[in-house]
Design a binder for this molecule. Structure first.
Ligand code: ADP
Length: 263
């Protein structure tokens, strides 16, 4: 984006000429866009959990309620608070991405174990979906990665697979080796993504603009964070999808290169 304006040149109050100033405001325009997206997302996404927490605490304070109902309310308050904490963490991550201060604590990591555990957790927490994990090769070497960030990456992808498959179906997670990389895929049979949206999916705040997606809440930050994590580990993330049939997210990460020391 180029902004231009005319400025008069005056020396000691005497008009000496006119200057045409061209200014590249691409960065400012992008920041303005992000700011207004942030404000509307924050107000929209914070309101739902906040009003739910407010409502349930009020019920608990004012009414004489039995223990089972109290437990139910507390569970809702707990999960809505968790949702708020995740939102705030996503905003902080995006802010770190913007300022280039995101850092990774990379250590040798067994990706298979991590994927197995995350998949089991999701399988236990959904009744509508059949979630499975399969490692395509017996020996899987380590990768060099930040464990917390890898968990966040898997959580975002699995959470989306569940969220965007409102009618249930299979979610298959596979892990394999391809030359010097590990490849893991999260495949769902959900609402899918229109072809025109595929190129924008990893942009901050981007959400598919159709009625199926809009019914399902979100900030449009999860995949931008996934992309940042994957590229921060020297890898790549891709998506393949057919609308109304399902989506597959493919993550490619470099294997740990054993350093040989000669003494
Ligand atoms: P959020 O889910 O919070 O909106 P994401 O960055 O995780 O944000 O995803 C961006 C958009 O990509 C979503 O709004 C949704 O439209 C689409 N999307 C992501 N994952 C899937 C999926 N597994 N199936 C269908 N659409 C998806």
């Amino acid at each position: 984006f180029i902004q231009f304006y005319v400025e008069s040149i005056e020396i000691l109050g005497v008009h000496k000429g006119t200057m045409l100033v061209l200014r590249d405001v691409t960065k400012e325009t992008e920041m303005d866009r992000l700011k207004s997206e942030l404000v509307s997302t924050v107000s929209h996404e914070l309101r739902t959990p906040l009003s739910s927490i407010y409502g349930f605490t009020e019920l608990m304070l004012n009414r004489d309620i039995d223990t089972p109902r109290q437990d139910k309310y507390l569970q809702t308050i707990h999960s809505e608070t968790e949702r708020l904490a995740n939102l705030v963490n996503d905003f902080l991550d995006v802010q770190r991405m913007e300022s280039g201060t995101q850092s990774y604590k990379k250590e040798p990591l067994d990706l298979r174990l991590l994927l197995e555990e995350t998949t089991q957790f999701y399988a236990a927490s959904t009744k509508k979906h059949t979630i499975s994990f399969r490692a395509m090769s017996e020996a899987l070497p380590l990768i060099e990665a930040d464990e917390e960030k890898m968990k966040q990456l898997m959580n975002n992808l699995l959470n989306n697979a569940v969220k965007y498959s409102p009618f249930g179906g299979n979610i298959d997670v596979t892990l394999s080796i391809e030359e010097q990389h590990v490849l893991f895929e999260v495949r769902d049979q959900g609402i899918g993504i229109p072809a025109a949206a595929l190129n924008h999916l990893f942009e901050k705040f981007y959400r598919v603009d159709n009625s199926d997606s809009r019914k399902i809440g979100g900030t449009g930050l999860g995949l931008a964070i996934c992309k940042e994590i994957v590229t921060g580990h020297g890898g790549e993330i891709q998506v393949e999808s057919i609308e109304k049939h399902g989506s597959t997210f493919i993550v490619k990460l470099p294997l740990l290169v054993e350093r040989v020391t000669i003494s």
